[in-house]
Design a protein around this ligand. Structure first.
Ligand SMILES: Nc1ncnc2c1ncn2[C@@H]1O[C@H](COP(=O)(O)OP(=O)(O)OP(=O)(O)O)[C@@H](O)[C@H]1O
Length: 333
């Protein structure tokens, strides 16, 4: 088996007598998203900063592409790793274009290459270059600043992006959109992402795998459906939300997973909607089933209440399609 792109090998950080990251070992495959959730003060941000060496480990190693990062110069390493923090950390006296160009300039990219990259990123983040390139951060909305922050982190085409509560300050609607955009861009560029969040929904929506931290240790690192159906211990079970587990499972699955032959009266659901969206729509409309249509409006089949509920049970339930193997729902909000 190929080695994961990122390997944390018995990583430990102590500040004086306090162990903040305790013997953490895990791997992150190239082109995947690992989300890190956990109690406040459990060491999530410190774990991230050990990877780009804003903090040096007390013990253990970080390997990126098989290379021990301790053998690299810290500044060079950080130019190769994108880093986004809550509050975005934009330079207030630099324009949007200058902010995005920061690392390519440090890397001495030729001017035309920088200009093309800035334009491409502005377009990818739905910021019109004519309108936004010359603005200063204070002239942008929170959502726009957040997008510029991510664009800046991606500017030098890093293979790895570290994100520390990147959407924490956004209102729920913009936050959902920012999450969808991040997923789309991550897929397009093949970036490997490690994202710290307080928000369990976010961790489950974005993570190919989710690491749960408590008191400096990683208690479990697994795909979302595995965490939900087979939590490693009572703490993980409590943290991922015992009572909400059926809804979280449904959120991970698209309506295609529960598609039945036939059609149904009333407005249809779009293929790609999650089973949670489908349950919500059925509950709201009081109907027992809804048609599912593709992008061209063709009816693919229907979903029913019974069909949806069959997917809301854990590993011990009588589930036709194991949630971990069924088709994931992404970007449906
Ligand atoms: N430079 C430092 N010196 C001493 N203690 C520190 C330092 N940095 C962090 N800590 C401590 O390490 C612990 C973990 O901090 P960290 O910020 O990594 O946690 P976190 O899980 O990201 O927390 P939160 O979710 O609240 O942001 C905290 O108790 C914090 O006070």
């Amino acid at each position: 088996m190929p080695q994961p792109m990122i390997v944390l090998d018995h990583l430990t950080k102590r500040f004086a007598e306090t162990t903040v990251v305790d013997d953490v070992s895990l791997g992150i495959d190239e082109g995947t998203v690992l989300t890190v959730v956990g109690t406040s003060g459990s060491g999530k941000s410190t774990l991230l900063r050990l990877i780009n060496r804003l903090i040096e480990p007390t013990a253990g190693r970080v390997l990126i592409g098989g290379v021990d990062t301790a053998t690299l110069a810290g500044d060079d390493l950080r130019r190769r790793i994108g880093y986004v923090i809550q509050g975005y950390g934009l330079f207030p006296h630099r324009t949007v274009a200058e902010n995005i160009a920061t690392v390519p300039r440090l890397l001495k990219w030729p001017r035309p290459r920088i200009d093309v990259r800035v334009r491409d990123l502005l377009a990818a983040f739905q910021l019109d270059p004519a309108e936004h390139a010359t603005k200063f951060p204070h002239q942008l909305s929170g959502g726009e600043q957040q997008r510029v922050g991510v664009a800046r982190a991606l500017a030098a085409e890093p293979a790895l992006l570290l994100m520390d509560e990147p959407f924490g300050a956004l209102d729920p609607l913009i936050r959902g959109k920012a999450q969808d955009d991040l997923r789309a861009l991550q897929r397009r560029f093949g970036t490997t992402v490690l994202l710290v969040t307080h928000d369990m929904e976010e961790a489950f929506r974005l993570g190919d795998r989710v690491a749960v931290m408590d008191r400096a240790r990683v208690l479990q690192c697994a795909p979302p459906a595995t965490l939900l159906t087979r939590p490693a211990d009572a703490f993980v079970e409590r943290l991922i939300g015992g009572a909400d587990r059926p809804f979280r499972l449904l959120d991970l699955l698209s309506v295609e997973a529960a598609l039945e032959p036939g059609s149904a009266e009333g407005p249809p659901l779009a293929a790609g909607a999650s089973l949670r969206d489908a349950l919500s729509a059925l509950a709201w409309s009081g109907r027992p089933a809804m048609a599912v249509t593709d992008a061209e409006g063709r009816v693919l089949g229907k979903v029913s209440l019974g069909g949806i509920l069959a997917h809301a049970r854990g590993a011990t339930g009588d589930v036709g399609v194991p949630p971990a193997e069924a088709e994931p729902a992404r970007g449906t909000r």
